[in-house]
Design a protein around this ligand. Structure first.
Ligand code: BGC
Length: 393
């Protein structure tokens, strides 16, 4: 049996991950999902990117995260007209078709791109808002820089959050997914807790967040744990994110503990977490990013030993090139489905930036990686801001 990675190698993989993400970030601020994977090349997702930016922010890569949020805001601002049309149709009781909603992923220069995709996924529009607010709070930055983008994203969610849409895995379009609703709650609550929204939008955001919360805590719970979609009885690995980092469900609650236990029981083999039972994408392997999310959820419940072993499992998936993949095939749910995906899209996406970012996020959370202090330029900006604030006080 090979020995598990020690603290030094765990920390150096985190440092390397931050460098890799920085090196691959596009000048526009967009984070590529995976630079070389056929179906993802040239695109950045709000979902992946928001979690990547959160990981980078936690590692004091302040400017990198801020530039991603600039990119998100610019995409929303460029689509103000589309968002207002969606709002008007919704308010008139004649909601537009899913094909008229905002896209899930964009090219680095902020266009929709020419390739068809499983668009209409609301989670990313909540997650980036949650992440930018967390970033500003963590580093004492002025949220005004992203005000317009945040308000538009919140307005888009207010008009759309009750609709079924594709989930994190870009599947099951007709369901209402608990992880998606969790991202919406996180984004709406975060924005409403700041002073960036107008009073009316802030009130509506708070009301929608509490309605969504009530929904997941009733129709989104079975046998005491959260479930994949409203009315389902199965879990999905993504539910761990609602406990941490999104903190929609406090890690000490019975609901959190039961959800973690169920994900661990149904989807986890040796620390490697499957997306959900029945997954056939590349045979349904285990995803390092989900192993790290489960680790974060364990940490939020006080189980640091399990949090650490989740990090170790993720570290063990690293390739000889020092890349973390989207998934590994040590334990496949359906090996007969690998060939068709290889034929269609080639080898599994490697590196996947989201995997690297979740690894960083967990390594920082449990103190295995202590990031270098923020660069002086960021501190200077923060200090200048404080200076300005005290002048106006
Ligand atoms: C996953 C999505 C992810 C996308 C880009 C898809 O295969 O299902 O969750 O956003 O890849 O990484």
């Amino acid at each position: 049996m090979t020995s598990r990675p020690d603290d030094d190698s765990l920390a150096s993989l985190a440092a390397h991950s931050v460098e890799l993400i920085s090196a691959l970030q596009h000048p526009s601020g967009a984070y590529p999902a995976s630079p070389t994977f056929s179906a993802y090349t040239g695109y950045s997702w709000f979902r992946d990117g928001a979690f990547i930016a959160d990981g980078m922010s936690s590692a004091n890569a302040i400017d990198s995260a801020s530039r991603f949020f600039d990119w998100c805001a610019s995409i929303l601002i460029a689509r103000r007209g589309q968002i207002e049309t969606i709002e008007r149709a919704e308010a008139a009781g004649t909601p537009l078709d899913n094909s008229q909603m905002l896209a899930t992923r964009f090219t680095f220069d902020g266009a929709e791109g020419d390739d068809d995709w499983w668009d209409f996924q609301t989670d990313g529009y909540g997650t980036w808002v949650w992440a930018v607010v967390a970033h500003a709070q963590r580093h004492d930055l002025d949220l005004d820089r992203w005000r317009e983008g945040i308000e538009l994203s919140v307005r888009y969610l207010l008009a759309t959050w009750e609709r079924p849409c594709f989930d994190w895995w870009e599947e099951f379009e007709t369901e209402r997914h608990v992880s998606t609703l969790g991202c919406v709650i996180a984004g709406l609550s975060a924005a409403a807790s700041t002073d960036v929204l107008s009073v009316d939008v802030a009130t509506r955001a708070r009301d929608a967040a509490s309605a969504a919360r009530e929904l997941i805590e009733t129709d989104g719970v079975r046998d005491g744990h959260l479930v994949k979609w409203l009315g389902s009885d199965a879990v999905d690995g993504s539910l761990a994110a609602l406990i941490s980092p999104l903190a929609v469900v406090d890690g000490s609650r019975t609901l959190a503990r039961a959800t973690v236990a169920q994900i661990d029981h149904d989807l986890t083999v040796d620390g490697g977490v499957h997306r959900y039972l029945g997954d056939t994408f590349y045979g349904g392997g285990q995803w390092p990013l989900l192993s790290c999310m489960l680790g974060l959820a364990f940490a939020a419940g006080g189980n640091t030993a399990r949090a650490r072993s989740q990090l170790q499992w993720a570290a063990e998936t690293v390739t000889t090139d020092n890349f973390l993949p989207e998934q590994v095939d040590d334990d496949l749910l359906d090996p007969s489905r690998v060939a068709e995906w290889r034929e269609r899209w080639g080898s599994v996406a490697t590196p996947l930036l989201w995997s690297h970012a979740m690894y960083v996020r967990l390594a920082v959370e449990i103190g295995v990686y202590v990031p270098p202090a923020p660069p002086m330029a960021s501190l200077a900006t923060t200090e200048a801001r404080h200076g300005n604030e005290s002048e106006t006080d």
